[in-house]
Design a protein around this ligand. Structure first.
Ligand code: UDP
Length: 238
């Protein structure tokens, strides 16, 4: 087994990515594909924790109003992430990628409660750990929860997967002369309004604790394994 440059990865999967070809809900075919890609990395010895988003079901900030409180809207969002977590865990296991779901919301029937010890125990046994329920508190997003979890589990890298192959100086879909960065600093990523990789709270937390973020295209084969191997994949924010 070749030595991996980044052994423990935190992978953030958004609800939109899990909805794949649908407007909402989950696209099991897309999750099967992701399972195969994650499986390549775990077979090579990588330890992978996945923070699942929930935007395919509920985004708290958008749902708030007409009597729905922000707090309950956010809890609904967290429950949405748990539904995604159940789907991801089942599909991964069906693809022979051993996976366990842990939840930051108490939900005994469907998932064990997240504790760092439990997560680390699964990771060191070669199992993927999926975390549902974000961080378990309102007024946050799963981007921030992802960085927090990467810190808590001492992950080497936060993998923020997107539709494009990294960070550009302007939107590559709108500007043909957009230039891709191989590497940028947190300062540049935060100060440049054109660069919207993760929300400000998530970026601030990563910057404060110097937790590197790798931004890359989810749908290019071998990218997750490449990230673990330290290959030049996407854009590294340090
Ligand atoms: N959420 C929350 N606390 C958390 C994580 C998530 O309140 O720790 C809620 C919030 O309402 C958020 C929703 O869950 O909008 C779904 O998560 P997110 O919007 O981050 O999902 P994504 O955009 O990644 O699909």
């Amino acid at each position: 087994m070749t030595k991996l440059q980044h052994k423990r990865l935190l992978l953030k999967l958004s609800g939109e990515q899990l909805a794949g070809n649908y407007d909402g809900g989950v696209d099991a075919k897309v999750i099967e594909w992701i399972a195969k890609e994650v499986g390549k990395a775990t077979k090579a010895g990588a330890e992978i924790a996945i923070m699942v988003g929930g935007g395919n079901f509920v985004r708290g900030a958008q749902l708030t109003g007409h009597g729905i409180s922000r707090v309950n809207a956010d809890y609904m969002g967290m429950l949405g992430t748990l539904m995604n977590g159940l789907a991801v865990t089942d599909v991964f296991n069906a693809q022979d990628v051993p996976t366990r779901l842990l939840s930051n919301i108490k939900a005994d029937q469907v998932a064990d409660q997240f504790t760092p010890r439990r997560a680390l125990s699964h990771l060191t046994k070669g199992r993927v750990v999926v975390i549902g329920g974000g961080i378990g508190r309102p007024y946050l997003t799963t981007d921030t929860a992802a960085v927090n979890l990467a810190l808590e589990l001492n992950c080497d890298l936060v993998c923020k997967v997107t539709k494009v192959d990294g960070v550009y100086d302007k939107d590559p879909a709108k500007h043909s002369d957009a230039k891709k960065f191989d590497r940028i600093s947190f300062q540049e990523a935060v100060s440049n309004e054109q660069i919207a990789v993760m929300d400000k709270a998530a970026m601030g937390l990563a910057m404060e604790h110097q937790k590197a973020i790798l931004v890359f295209d989810l749908h290019t084969e071998g990218n997750i394994l490449g990230a673990a191997e330290g290959k030049s994949v996407g854009t590294l924010i340090t």
